[in-house]
Design a protein around this ligand. Sequence first.
Ligand SMILES: NC(=O)c1ccc[n+]([C@@H]2O[C@H](COP(=O)([O-])OP(=O)(O)OC[C@H]3O[C@@H](n4cnc5c(N)ncnc54)[C@H](OP(=O)(O)O)[C@@H]3O)[C@@H](O)[C@H]2O)c1
Length: 251
Amino acid sequence: MSTTDAQRYQAPPELLKDKVILVTGAGDGIGRAAAIAYASHGAQVILLGRTVARLEAVYDEIVALDGPEPIIHPLDLAKAGEPDYQQVADALDEQFGHLDGLLHNAGILGQRTPIGKYHPAVWQEVMQVNLNAAFLLTRALLPLLEAAETASVIFTSSGVGRRGRAYWGAYAVSKFGTEGLAQVLSHELEEISKVRVNCVNPGATRTNMRAAAYPAEDPTILKTPEQLMPVYLYLMGRDSAGVTGQSLDAQ
Ligand SMILES: NC(=O)c1ccc[n+]([C@@H]2O[C@H](COP(=O)([O-])OP(=O)(O)OC[C@H]3O[C@@H](n4cnc5c(N)ncnc54)[C@H](OP(=O)(O)O)[C@@H]3O)[C@@H](O)[C@H]2O)c1
C-alpha cells in the first residue's frame, strides 16, 4: 500500500478486536486520539503516561464508547529506570502473556534555541523522553511482542528527524535517533520474528506541542489528531502485515 493509500485507509470496525496495545503519552494530543481509535476498533489499550488525571479522562472516554476497559499505567519517562520498565513488562506478562502492539508516542519539545545556547539538562531530558525511553520500553517488552502471533511497533518521528533545521536542537536529534532505532530494530527482526517496526511522522497537528512550537499560528488550519488515525490504524492492524522498516507520513 502506498503512503497515500495508508492515509486514506478505512479500518474495519473489528480491526483490533482482542488485541493488546500499549500507547505512551496516551493522555493528550495524538496519543489520546490513537488510544481512543485503537479501543474503538476493539483493542484493550494500556494507557501509559505522566499525568494520571489525563489518563483517567481518556479511560472514561473509552468506557463511554463501549470500548474494552483500558488499563492505566502512570510512568514519568523522564525519570523511569530499568526496573520501572520491567515492572510494565511483568504486569503485562501476568495479565496477558503477550503484547500485540506498541505505539511510542510520548514526546517533549525542549528548547527552540541555537545549539550554542542549548541547556544541557534540557538536552538530556529531551533525549531521555523522546529516544532513550523508547529504547528501554522496547527492550523490556520485546519478549512479550515476540510472544504475540504478530506484533506491530510504531515509533513517532518528525519532519526535523529526517532533515535537521535550525533551532530544533535535541528534539530534532532525538527524532533522527528514533528513525535510526526503528531501522536497526526492524532489520534485526525482519528475518527472525513476526514483529514489524515502523515510524510515523504525524506532520503539523493541532496539539499543545505544536502550539508551543508555533505560538503565533492559527491552530484551526492544522489537521486534528483524529484526522491522522488512518495511518496509525493501518500500521497497527493486520492490513500492514509484512510492512516493516518504513517511515510513513500521516498526512
Ligand atoms: N503535534 C505535531 O505537530 C507533531 C509533529 C511531529 C511529531 N509529533 C510527535 O508526535 C508525538 C505526540 O505529540 P503531540 O503533539 O500529541 O504532543 P502533546 O499534545 O504535547 O502530547 C504529548 C504526550 O506525551 C506525554 N509525555 C510528555 N512527557 C512525558 C513523560 N516524561 N512521561 C510520560 N509521558 C510524557 C504527555 O503527557 P502529559 O499529558 O502528562 O503532558 C502527553 O500525553 C510526539 O512524539 C511528537 O514529537 C507531533
